[in-house]
Design a protein around this ligand. Structure first.
Ligand code: HEC
Length: 152
């Protein structure tokens, strides 16, 4: 191979690796995702499993984790850590939410989280996961687990 071709393809490889390593930033993580005209209804969504997902029993949180790490497919994008660093997440723009961010969590009601699992965040890689991946009860259990990811 002529040396210049080796040089050019080598540079190409470096550029490619550089591009893959650069992931996009989160897009306005604190801005609501539920459309304004559906917000009132979304906030009222509730379950008989618990009144407040932060107060859910340890058993429900545990079941939620199994679903998050499994059939719910959340870990693929949000990562096992919840930080948004899952293997499929790096390719998305905007990148997946850092679910460990307590500032973000404080801005969202349980109902809004449920709405997003059900409807997705339109125009992003956050697709609607209900009823395809999880049913209602499973979604609520996952929300209890997501709440446990904010440690403070
Ligand atoms: C295919 C990738 C992918 C999967 C799978 C996925 N997410 Fe997401 N998720 C995203 C992306 C990308 C965003 C950011 C969307 C945005 O910025 O509007 C997001 C955003 C979110 C948000 C923030 C919404 C808000 O109100 O700001 C929550 C909560 C969430 N995901 C929970 C989940 C849960 C729970 C699961 C599993 C049931 C899941 N996601 C599965 C890609 C994914």
């Amino acid at each position: 191979m002529p040396r210049w071709i080796a040089g050019v393809s080598g540079m190409g490889a470096i550029l490619l690796v550089g591009t893959l390593a650069l992931s996009a930033p989160e897009k306005d993580p604190l801005k609501p995702r539920v459309p304004a005209d559906q917000m009132e209804e979304a906030k009222k969504l509730s379950t008989s499993l618990f009144k407040d997902a932060k107060q859910a029993s340890a058993d429900i949180v545990k079941e939620g984790k199994v679903l998050y790490d499994g059939k719910g497919t959340c870990f693929n994008c949000h990562g096992k850590s919840g930080k948004g660093d899952g293997p499929a997440g790096a390719m998305l723009d905007p990148v997946p939410r850092d679910l460990t961010n307590c500032e973000f969590q404080k801005k969202r009601t349980d109902g809004e989280l449920f709405w997003v699992i059900k409807n997705g965040s339109p125009g992003t890689g956050m697709v609607a996961l209900m009823p395809g991946s999880v049913n209602e009860e499973e979604a609520w259990k996952i929300i209890a687990y997501v709440r446990s990811l904010c440690k403070s």
